[in-house]
Each structure stands twice: as C-alpha cells, then as structure tokens.
Design a protein around this ligand. Structure first.
Ligand code: F6R
Length: 248
C-alpha cells in the first residue's frame, strides 16, 4: 500500500508517466484532482509529459475535490485559480471539461446536490489524486466526517485554517467554510493515489500506517479501497517502520 520514493520529483515522474499511459489507453479518462503544495510538482511534470507525448486531452474530464466558500474563480487563492495556473490553462482544458464546486453560488446546498449528481452519473472518477492534511483530512473532509458523506459544505478545522494561512496575508483571511466532495464519492474512484511529501507529513503518515479504519482519521477510510496506493517521499516516510521503507 505504501510506496516510498526518494523525493517529490520522483513521485511526480511516476504519476505523470502513469496518468499519461492511462490517457493514451483511454482518452475519455476522468481524473479526480486536488490542489495544494503536494500537487504542484505533479502537475508541472504532467504538463511536460502531455507536451512531449503530444497527448490528446480533448476527451479528458476532471473533477476537483473542493473549493473555498466565498472565493470566486478570479480570486488568487481560490482552487479554480490554482488549477488554471498549474494545469488547466497550459493543458488547454476547456471549461466544459473541468469541474469544481462553485464557492460563490447563492444556493450552496443546491450546488452540493448538483456536484454530487454529476459524480453519481459518472460512477466515480477513473483516477483520484489526493493530498492529506496534517490532521488526516482528504479533500476538506475533516476528522469526524461520516464515511458515507457526499458533496457538502464543511466548516474548516482551526488546524486546517492555520496550515493554509501560508497562502494568505493573515489566518483570519482564510475562509471558514468550503465545499468538498464527500468520502463516499472519493471511495467511488476506480484507483486512488494518496501523496504525502515533506517532513511535516511524517507524523500523519505514521498515524495513518498504524491506524484502524476510524472516522477520526478521514484518510483511514481509503484503507478499504481495493486500488489504493500511498506514495510517500523519504522525508514523509521518516517515521514509518523500517521494513516498508523500500525506495522505488
Ligand atoms: C486540496 C485538498 C486538501 C490538500 C491537503 C494537503 O484540494 O483536497 O486535502 O490535499 O490539505 O495540502 P498540501 O498539499 O498543501 O499540504
């Protein structure tokens, strides 16, 4: 389940190659996407690969995990903006191909239902990329979120707001709420890659390794999935037991 790589770039190389091969085999692949620092080298490498392999992305569909409530697509800290900057624009993906929850819609409950309906119609994405919060969140499913949850509005945990304050001028500027895909929808993916890089993810990786499946640790829900791979760099693997520390 855990695969250890020497550094974040090696994970990015592996995933970019893997996703490229999947898209070549099935141009109508659906990708579940995350934002955040962990994803940046992955999207950079994927873009290089897309261009060198002259990959046809015209049939690709993407679904993002989450969006801040109150931040529109033009806000530099919105997740739509992040995706435009790091992947969508350079990959030439059109608005019709990409899906993100709308954080500024007047009726957020309706937006959740519409997003959940789109995911249900798809029957789960083909490949889901996930990062992990230092409290074990996946998407913005904070500790205590039921594992049968679907897209919903969530109040962000104080720890998550502190962790994400690095992208804002002040912690008070971090939105208090977000829309997130639910855990049931994440688990509906055919394949899941959870990625953790950096020393600041070592504690949560050790906790995830030893934890039972427990709603207080949202990422532990993934242990039920038949096609889960947890890709960890050497720093994030620092507190994992030595016998699983084979480096790819
Ligand atoms: C973001 C998301 C979050 C992040 C997690 C890790 O779309 O779903 O679960 O993956 O907070 O963020 P980074 O990669 O910035 O450490």
């Amino acid at each position: 389940m855990f695969v250890i790589f020497p550094n974040p770039q090696a994970i990015a190389d592996y995933l970019a190659k893997y996703i490229t091969q999947k898209i070549i085999a099935n141009p109508a692949t659906s990708l579940g996407l995350a934002t955040g620092s962990t994803m940046e080298p992955i999207y950079a490498r994927l873009l290089q690969k897309v261009h060198t392999d002259q990959l046809d992305l015209s049939q690709l569909t993407t679904f993002n995990l989450d969006e801040y409530v109150g931040l529109g697509p033009d806000h530099p800290q919105s997740y739509y903006y992040f995706m435009q900057q790091h992947l969508f624009a350079a990959a030439g993906l059109t608005p019709a191909q990409v899906n993100l929850p709308c954080g500024v819609c007047a009726d957020l409950e309706q937006e959740c239902q519409d997003y959940a309906a789109k995911l249900k119609a798809l029957g789960g994405v083909d490949i889901q990329l996930l990062g992990i919060g230092s409290n074990g969140h996946i998407g913005f499913n904070e500790p205590g979120t039921p594992f049968d949850s679907v897209t919903h509005v969530v109040e962000l945990a104080p720890k998550t707001r502190r962790d994400n304050a690095r992208f804002f001028d002040h912690v008070d500027d971090v939105p208090t709420h977000a829309i997130t895909m639910g855990i049931a929808e994440i688990l509906a993916a055919k394949e899941i890659f959870l990625v953790a890089t950096g020393r600041h993810k070592a504690e949560i990786m050790a906790r995830l390794y030893s934890s039972a499946i427990d709603e207080q640790l949202p990422a532990s829900a993934l242990k039920q999935h038949a096609h889960l791979r947890i890709l960890v760099d050497a720093e994030a693997a620092e507190l994992l037991p030595t016998h699983i520390k084979q480096v790819v």
